[in-house]
Design a protein around this ligand. Structure first.
Ligand code: ZN
Length: 148
């Protein structure tokens, strides 16, 4: 079940992480399902509402989330995932990420930011028993061949 991203989505996520460095950034992935594949159509950067631990915690406002769902619905898109940055840490989910991941259907993208520059971008899915994340494949648009 790969996740499909346009090159401009990748660029926007990397730029968001560089902009908020050394603090974490976060946002939502809007798109559609094609079979088991998640096709991202748009990314929606959101503000980090935490006042503490902003370098290793990101929390999004429920109001922003509700607004994102409404906007997605208006465009016949769904919210299919979430991205955030790991300043000076690998693009691997933390135990905090595991505890706070809301949905097993979502994709979780993590971009590692090293010394202010975006490095790895990796995608993860949450097991249905929530015991751990598994890495999933990111397909960028140039590799994506829609099924006829
Ligand atoms: Zn994290």
């Amino acid at each position: 079940m790969p996740i499909h991203l346009q090159p401009e989505h990748v660029a926007a996520i990397r730029a968001h992480g560089e902009r908020t460095y050394p603090e974490e950034c976060g946002g939502l992935l809007l798109g559609i399902l094609e079979g088991d594949d998640q096709i991202v159509r748009e990314i929606m950067p959101l503000d980090n509402i935490r006042n503490d631990s902003r370098h290793n915690r990101v929390e999004l406002s429920p109001l922003d989330y509700a607004r994102a769902e409404r906007e997605a619905g208006r465009r016949n898109l769904g919210v299919w995932g979430y991205y955030h940055s790991h300043p000076d840490h690998p693009a691997v989910p933390s135990s905090f990420d595991l505890e706070h991941a809301p949905f097993t259907e979502w994709s979780y993208l993590i971009v590692s930011i090293r010394d202010g520059k975006a490095a790895d971008l990796r995608a993860w899915s949450l097991r249905t028993d929530r015991s751990q994340f598994d890495e999933k494949t990111i397909v960028t648009a140039s590799q994506y061949k829609p099924t006829p």
